[in-house]
Design a protein around this ligand. Structure first.
Ligand code: FES
Ligand SMILES: [Fe+2]
Length: 387
């Protein structure tokens, strides 16, 4: 009888750069550890603060599976709390945004909290019966940068400033463009059947661009080669000759973002902020993407499209062409990321290999591994092997 496919795998070359082990992309126990040890200990981006820009406004979101509410108090201070009543644990806010009266009122027994979290009212329960001092809303560390909100659930991350300074993609270089002044004109949310790290790795490389994004590489020449940058000192990537914007036609009637120079307006810039967000400056618009991991094989991705307020206020403002084109690229990336998830679910997948042009995802994997530390990384893998 003839047989094929006998397993005889030569050992990997010593200098070969490997991706994370397959279990990091598919295993639910590893995901649980990751939530506590990576996501909770980071400055996790919640997205733009437009919904909580005025006093007494709120935004309730789930970070992985933790309900959080951000609110702006009367004095304009941004605060965050666990979205849980201290009486018997009712959720205070459904996910979403809105404005508050003077207080937060629990829908169950109507306990009320000040916008600073203090427990103020306990109807039909005498003052002395419960220790109001101790039963305020549980605060969450929150900070703002360039119009984006970040929370640190563990409470012990270094300052957001030093966190941003430590990012390999140097997002603070974008501060010169005053992104905090931009407004969200459109938002899209996608449920993606892929591990959050697969999405991040995909963001960091363009080896897939010539195959997956034919329309995109037609506008950005260097992407045709699978490279992510041109070696420019400002790390920008140039649009092709005659291309004015990332739209199907390469043209647009929208003005460039106000703070960009002429050269910058014909370039694109991107930065990843560990663990879950990207900021991209794309001439006439910018996007902030937040990835919320939901399970080992599932993520929610939100894109917020930003423009100058004076552009949004124009009577004929129509961002349709840039949104449509960006959503095409997102849809193309979603297809391949979900395909990777289905592939890495195979036990035959031990880890991937990173050639030179994959140095971005490799650097991300190294950053992730460094964040957890070699011992914990090894313990996580051992946990999977023991089963
Ligand atoms: S659970 Fe909120 S008032 Fe009772
Ligand atoms: Fe892509």
């Amino acid at each position: 009888m003839k047989e094929t496919g006998a397993v005889d795998r030569p050992a990997a070359r010593r200098e070969e750069r490997r991706s994370l082990a397959g279990c990091f992309y598919r295993d639910p126990d590893i995901f649980r550890i990751e939530v506590d040890e990576v996501l909770a200990k980071s400055w996790f981006c919640v997205g733009r603060t437009d919904a909580v820009s005025s006093p007494r406004s709120f935004l309730a979101v789930d970070i992985v599976d933790q309900p959080i509410v951000l609110l702006r108090d009367r004095a304009g201070v941004l605060r965050a709390f666990h979205n849980v009543c201290r009486h018997r644990g009712s959720l205070l806010f459904d996910p979403g945004e809105g404005s508050l009266g003077g207080a937060v009122k629990c829908p169950y027994h109507a306990w009320t909290y000040g916008l600073d979290g203090r427990l103020m009212g306990t109807p039909h329960v005498a003052q002395g019966e419960v220790d109001r001092e101790r039963l305020g809303l549980l605060p969450v560390r929150v900070a703002e940068w360039q119009g984006c909100a970040f929370v640190n659930l563990s409470g012990d991350a270094p300052s957001l400033e030093s966190w941003l300074d430590a990012q390999p993609d140097r997002p603070r270089a974008f501060e010169k463009w005053n992104l905090g002044n931009l407004k969200v004109a459109h938002r899209t949310t996608h449920d993606v059947a892929a591990n959050w790290k697969i999405l991040v790795e995909n963001y960091h490389e363009c080896l897939h661009c010539p195959t997956v994004h034919p329309e995109f590489v037609a506008l950005i020449p260097v992407y045709r080669t699978g490279a992510v940058d041109e070696g420019r000192p400002d790390y920008g990537v140039s649009l092709g000759a005659g291309t004015r914007a990332l739209t199907a036609s390469g043209q647009t009637s929208l003005p460039p973002l106000p703070e960009l120079s002429e050269d910058e307006a014909l370039s694109v810039y991107g930065a990843f902020i560990f663990p879950n967000s990207t900021v991209d400056i794309e001439g006439v618009f910018a996007t902030v993407r937040t990835i919320i991991p939901r399970a080992a094989d599932r993520s929610t991705v939100t894109f917020e499209y930003l423009f100058a307020p004076e552009t949004v206020e124009q009577a004929d403002f129509n961002p349709g062409d840039v949104i449509e084109f960006n959503e095409l690229v997102i849809a193309q990336d979603t297809v391949v990321c979900e395909r990777v998830q289905r592939g890495v679910a195979s036990r035959a997948f031990e880890s991937g290999v990173y050639p030179k042009k994959d140095s971005g995802p490799y650097a991300f994997d190294q950053f992730y591994g460094g964040f957890l530390g070699p011992e914990r990384m090894a313990a996580m893998q051992a946990l999977v092997r023991r089963r």
